[in-house]
Write a protein that binds this ligand. Structure first.
Ligand SMILES: O=[N+]([O-])c1ccc(OS(=O)(=O)O)cc1
Length: 523
């Protein structure tokens, strides 16, 4: 049949009707097939996510430095997998978060505290798990002082050490605050001496408690970086709360090898190194948002999360609002490695012993392991009960939360590769180059496995590797996917789109036909 005769045939109303029906049937079958195959290709234990069975994370072959992962051998706990925290599933306002361990194709452990958002978890040397989560409470369970701001609810922050097998609480530290959206605990770390370091964004402070729950160290942001402080004099900073009505949004604490603390001050766009004894700020990584040192330029970090010091000089940071991961030389501010392919609001990045990086890609609802060259070698898609979940952070179970001496990728390139401008380190380093942070940083990421569904194709094309690709449309698409069934991805949306289009044409056709008949009858 040639094109001409096809057009003539379509002129027949009956043929057109058959075509409409055929298209809808084919699309429905295709969608049904997607729904059935997308859900359970690999996991038998639950419907929690699809597993890309390329390899066990960290065991990937083909990494450029060729090293193998030996971390499992020196672990105190003979367990493997990735520990992922999920703040909530199926929506931002939900209080149904979990901590899960994924391994061999599915979820092998999960902890789901009631009415809570889960932000941080780490496997401890003793085999227990330390989980930080925020519980939404009705007014009847709230201390009076928390109801001053909002009289019908509050948040209880929980830092809880659990027995892995029984999930019994072995130890816990708790406090109440007003809002679950910006007064909730985002990070707590068990220190080698048994103390626990915690960030408290509701009170703009970091503190350390001992086993008896006495506060043995306290660092107040107001005192050290607020108006009147030396820091404020030198850099300035944001005076007004934003965007969730909090000031610093302090979201991460780590103890470094020399005992100093690393603090992530999200709303200032900086990571601070603070001397534990003197409480002085020893180093500033990043540039203060709106501060004196940026002079109208974009700071090199933008609402960062979960910095990990891979060496005493290099820090790996989830540069969240820039939709990229960066490894930064802390003294020169040079971005020595960056990766942003397909990332939308990444909030954690951990360097692994084999040189790969474990990335928590929050608004794409997945955790992935990427090689230094940007090839995705492992991916876990986060979902529960058919809904996508928003991961907050991920750790390799076999590794300490902040392992010392991980491979730095800056060694592969010149540390002087890039910088966005003035150094904010307290040392002597000077800017070495100008230009966009990742313009010349090497090696650049290229790969993505292009899997279907909620993965890298979820919001359209992947973000550029400089992180600049996460535009408004991608953001909105990212949010929308959270509210759609897990099996709906880019392919499914396209099928629905074609179906809707054909449906509209069929209806218009029907209306035209009816009007024609009406006219014929009344002629
Ligand atoms: O669950 N929350 O309410 C929530 C989670 C994340 C968040 O932003 S973040 O930049 O701290 O991750 C703010 C609020």
């Amino acid at each position: 049949m040639n094109v001409g005769s096809m057009v003539v045939a379509l002129g027949e109303r009956r043929t057109r009707l058959a075509v409409y029906v055929a298209v809808v049937v084919v699309l429905s079958l295709a969608l049904g097939f997607q729904a059935v195959t997308a859900g359970g290709t690999t996991t038998t234990t639950s419907d929690d996510g699809r597993w890309t069975p390329t390899s066990t994370p960290g065991d990937a072959t083909g990494t450029t430095n060729g090293s193998t992962d030996s971390s499992a051998t020196d672990s105190a706990v003979d367990r493997t997998g990735v520990l992922v925290t999920v703040q909530s599933y199926g929506g931002f306002g939900q209080n149904n978060g979990r901590a899960v361990v994924v391994n061999d194709g599915g979820v092998v452990w999960s902890f789901a505290p009631e009415d809570s958002r889960v932000f941080d978890a780490e496997m401890l040397e003793n085999g227990h798990v330390l989980v930080s989560y925020a519980t939404a409470l009705p007014a009847s369970e709230c201390p009076e002082r928390t109801l001053e701001y909002k009289d019908d609810r509050c948040v209880r922050n929980n830092v809880v050490e659990l027995d892995y097998e029984t999930k019994d609480e072995v130890w816990a530290y708790r406090w109440y605050d007003a809002f679950i959206t910006h007064h909730e605990v985002h990070d707590a770390d068990r220190l080698p001496n048994g103390e626990t370091a915690i960030v408290d964004m509701g009170n703009d402070r970091a503190f350390v408690v001992n086993e008896s729950k006495d506060v043995v160290w306290n660092w107040s942001a107001r005192e050290h970086i607020g108006p009147g402080s030396d820091f404020w004099e030198k850099y300035g900073g944001p005076e007004r709360p934003r965007p969730e009505s909090d000031w610093t949004h302090m979201n991460d604490i780590d103890q470094l090898a020399d005992g100093d603390f690393s603090l992530s001050i999200r709303n200032f766009d900086v990571v601070l190194e603070v001397n534990r004894s003197t409480k002085e700020i020893e180093r500033v990584v990043g540039e203060v948002r709106g501060g004196k040192d940026v002079e109208g330029r974009e700071p090199i970090l933008d609402d960062q999360h979960n910095p990990m010091w891979v060496s005493s000089e290099h820090v790996l940071v989830a540069d969240s609002e820039a939709d990229r991961i960066v490894e930064v030389n802390a003294s020169t501010q040079a971005v020595v490695w960056s990766y942003g392919d397909g990332l939308l609001w990444p909030r954690d990045a951990d360097r692994l012993p084999n040189g790969n990086t474990l990335v928590t890609n929050s608004l794409r609802y997945e955790v992935e392991e990427v090689t230094p060259d940007g090839e995705v070698v492992w991916r876990y898609r986060v979902a529960w009960n058919g809904k996508r979940g928003i991961p907050y952070e991920a750790d390799r179970v076999q590794l300490p939360e902040e392992p010392d001496g991980m491979p730095t990728l800056g060694d592969r390139a010149s540390d002087a590769a890039t910088t966005s401008g003035a150094s904010t380190s307290t040392g002597t380093a000077a800017p070495e180059a100008t230009g966009a942070p990742s313009e010349t940083a090497a090696p650049q990421a290229t790969g993505s496995d292009g899997g279907s569904g909620a993965g890298s194709d979820a919001g359209g094309s992947a973000a550029g590797d400089d992180g600049s690709g996460g535009g408004v449309v991608e953001r909105l698409a990212g949010y929308a996917y959270l509210y759609l069934p897990f099996w709906v991805g880019g392919v499914e949306l396209a099928l629905v789109g074609v179906g809707v289009l054909v449906g509209v044409v069929a209806v218009l056709d029907g209306v035209a036909f009816a009007i024609g008949r009406f006219r014929d009858v009344n002629a």
